[in-house]
Write a protein that binds this ligand. Structure first.
Ligand code: AMP
Length: 397
């Protein structure tokens, strides 16, 4: 089967056409600045990546442009739209309604819409992408894969906040967790690599990208994760603050003469390692380079970042009463040896024995711990698009 995987943001749209039989990527690309004069980047398998300007007033036009690229005589990879058997959509928030992926119909669309309040920046954009695909590709089955679904197995002691229970009852204020597709994919892959049953393992997955979260996966299910009602909670991230005293919001609003919304915007967009490095960068590559040159701000940001990851790992060891594997994934987790080395300072007591030579790895599966280590640390590249394609095939077949 050929599955088109769509990850739609408010002004961007990422796509991959995946052959589910070979699990190869036939083509991939990105539409940016949807809503005006935008750009489309397209790369066919084994071909060159090309970016060009294109007018894309809305998502429907963007999807049509993507389909035109896939059908193009020179850079296309299919000769008829009928070759696309199904479309898999990433949906950020499924609330408590969706504990697994679903075939999208009108009822599902309405239920996803009812979760918009919980992810106002993401869900409306995901819905626009789905509706645009439905309009341009009528009759093609669409599947929704939720970032929150994998974490729906968390027990109430992990997902309830210490606030009046009525807010959970009235508004469903609770921890949901995100990056579920990645935590699911990586934990299963860990078991495969080790030749074990995931049901026999206690795994901590550290998804360290620009957005970052840690999860505790026990016997194959998520029992806790660091992101909360929104993706702002938990680890310090590229630009997001992660955990802080909630009173900071009103304190800063008063001092700066701004609204609570504006403070939350700062916590989302100007904080994290970007904020802690005094605006130096949200990119771990830049911070790693600056740290090597002795830049105090970069050192401060990276130390603070790793310290928090280390503390989360410690807390999830407690949550699971032990740990067998700690897996690093996503941009910085897969590629940045400096970040992993710094985190290593806080987990050695577990018997991780990370070999500094083995740690010099980028974007490939590798066990970092010495043979016979009590706890195995490893790098496992995530592949959310492939996971979405697999889910789509599972549901459509
Ligand atoms: P993601 O959100 O998963 O794309 O991750 C983005 C983060 O991964 C950025 O902060 C990058 O600095 C980091 N990253 C990506 N590639 C590399 C690399 N080759 N070396 C070091 N860090 C990287």
């Amino acid at each position: 089967m050929k599955v088109l995987v769509i990850n739609c943001g408010s002004s961007s749209l990422k796509y991959q056409l995946i052959d589910s039989d070979t699990e190869g990527v036939l083509a991939k690309g990105l539409c940016e600045r949807i809503g005006g004069e935008g750009e489309i980047t397209h790369q066919p398998e084994g071909g060159e990546k090309k970016k060009e300007a294109a007018s894309m007033p809305d998502h429907k036009v963007a999807i049509q442009l993507v389909l035109n690229k896939l059908l193009d005589k020179e850079v296309g990879v299919i000769s008829d739209l009928k070759e696309i058997d199904a479309v898999g959509h990433r949906i950020v928030h499924g609330g408590e309604k969706f504990a697994s992926s679903v075939v999208i119909d009108d009822e599902v669309l309405a239920e996803v819409e009812s979760c918009n309040d919980l992810a106002p920046l993401h869900n409306p954009a995901n819905l626009i992408g789905i509706r645009a695909c439905m309009a341009v590709m009528p009759g093609v089955p669409m599947v929704g894969v939720f970032d929150t679904a994998f974490h729906q197995t968390m027990p109430s002691k992990a997902y309830l906040y210490g606030i009046p229970y009525e807010y959970y009852e009235k508004y469903k204020v609770r921890r949901y967790g995100f990056h579920g597709t990645s935590h699911d994919f990586v934990s299963k892959r860990v078991a495969e690599i080790l030749g074990k049953d995931v049901k026999d393992l206690k795994i901590i997955v550290c998804h360290l990208g620009n957005g970052a979260s840690v999860s505790a996966v026990m016997n194959g299910v998520s029992i806790d994760t660091s992101m909360g009602l929104t993706p702002l909670e938990g680890l310090m991230m590229g630009t997001r603050s992660g955990d802080l005293d909630p009173a900071v919001v009103t304190f800063l609003a008063e001092k700066e003469g701004i609204s609570a919304d504006e403070v939350v915007n700062i916590l989302n967009k100007k904080s994290g390692v970007l904020g802690l490095s005094d605006g130096l960068s949200n990119d771990f590559r830049d911070l790693q380079l600056a740290r090597a040159e002795g830049n105090e701000m970069a050192i401060q940001a990276l130390e603070g970042y790793a310290y928090r990851v280390g503390k989360y790992i410690g807390s999830y060891v407690a949550a699971m009463n032990g740990v067998d594997v700690i897996a690093f994934t996503a941009g910085a987790g897969e590629n940045n040896d400096c970040v992993r080395e710094l985190i290593g300072q806080y987990i050695g007591y577990l018997g991780t024995n990370i070999d500094p030579e083995k740690n010099k790895v980028r974007g490939e599966e590798r066990i970092l711990s010495d043979e016979g280590s009590k706890v195995i640390t490893m790098v496992v590249p995530t592949n959310e698009e492939l996971a979405i394609a697999r889910e789509t095939v599972r549901l459509v077949k």
